[in-house]
Design a protein around this ligand. Structure first.
Ligand code: ASP
Length: 325
């Protein structure tokens, strides 16, 4: 071995030892969990529920940073361009798998820039309207929007959000395009539904349950294949007349590519702790959802989920002819 090579070899041993020690000590400071939608919305609610327990497990605060806009793509980009040191995490949903088909100039590559940590929960959606919307069930809603399509507005969280995806499926199922109004998340969209400025929206039960129960909005159906126990009076879309209509908003946790495995393993353990926590399970149940089973709270399951969802939504989006620049 030449002198130069020996020095290089020693340096690399020293470097991995330092990284090893750093990983063993992780986390030594607060962690940022990026949520690509507005505070107080459905994704934020899931994130804050798990982050509270993860903070205890990791012994450091997991802070939520909401970076909304462009259907979540701005926040995803922010997370994925953060240093891959375990202090930046990303909690995102199904939209991460649809953005590559919807956005022509996405600045990140979901196949290359992500380090999967685990699946969290699949949340049903609900089709709702402002309180005085003139339709009492889904059949009436469909016939009303078909005859008043230029007057009915549909709120969403931008192209690529779950509310956009659900709306896209709904509009193509009823063969009617509606005026869409984009927000940075469905929390501000809900404010406008409550205020009567927009008419209808499809949004996760983690955001709509309390408004539905408090009769602040009209609710027509849930988008899951079976009824949701906490909203058992609501029919499924299929039962209410739109045969075969279903969508579930799966959520996952990622780190930027290159985050050390020892770190993602610790984060995964903390996520699993959160998903078996009694308060989290109870809160999820009251909001219409359940944690993913343990076997799916893993990097492998999330990797597989992402790949199969990209393959699933690509052709559907292409057929719908929807895209953004
Ligand atoms: N999940 C988004 C939010 O938290 C909304 C959406 O995807 O439609 O606001």
């Amino acid at each position: 071995m030449t002198f130069k090579k020996a020095v290089a070899a020693l340096a690399s041993i020293a470097f991995s030892a330092t990284v090893g020690i750093a990983n063993a000590a992780y986390p030594e400071k607060p962690i940022t969990m990026y949520v690509p939608f507005a505070a107080g919305g459905p994704t934020d609610t899931v994130a804050r529920s798990v982050a509270a327990v993860m903070s205890k497990s990791l012994g450091q605060q997991v802070n939520i940073e909401n970076v909304g806009g462009a259907g979540g793509t701005i926040g995803v980009q922010r997370a994925l361009t953060s240093p891959p040191d375990g202090y930046s995490l990303l909690l995102m949903h199904i939209g991460i798998s649809t953005a590559p088909s919807l956005y022509r100039a996405l600045k990140y590559d979901v196949n290359k820039d992500l380090e999967p940590i685990g699946l969290i929960t699949e949340v049903p959606m609900t089709l709702i309207a402002k309180k005085d919307f003139p339709a009492k069930d889904l059949k009436e809603l469909i016939s009303y929007v078909k005859t008043h399509k230029d007057k009915v507005s549909y709120a969403n969280a931008g192209i690529g959000s779950a509310s956009h995806l659900c709306g896209m499926l709904f509009m193509s199922a009823i063969e009617t395009d509606l005026l869409t109004v984009p927000y940075k998340g469905t929390a501000p969209a809900m404010t406008d539904i409550l205020g009567g400025q927009v008419d209808i929206m499809c949004d996760q039960t983690t955001n709509t349950t309390s408004q539905i129960k408090g009769e602040k909005v009209k609710a027509y159906a849930v988008t899951s294949k079976v009824r949701v126990p906490s909203l058992s009076n609501l029919p499924t879309m299929d039962e209410a007349g739109l045969k075969g209509f279903s969508i579930g908003v799966w959520h996952g946790l990622w780190a930027p590519k290159g985050t050390p495995k020892a770190v993602t393993e610790k984060v995964n353990q903390a996520l699993q702790d959160a998903l078996k926590d009694k308060d989290v399970v109870e809160r999820f149940a009251s909001l219409g959802t359940v944690p993913e089973p343990l076997s799916r709270q893993t990097p492998e399951a999330l990797r597989t989920q992402l790949a199969s969802e990209i393959a699933k939504w690509g052709p559907i989006i292409k057929r719908a002819g929807v895209y953004a620049d």
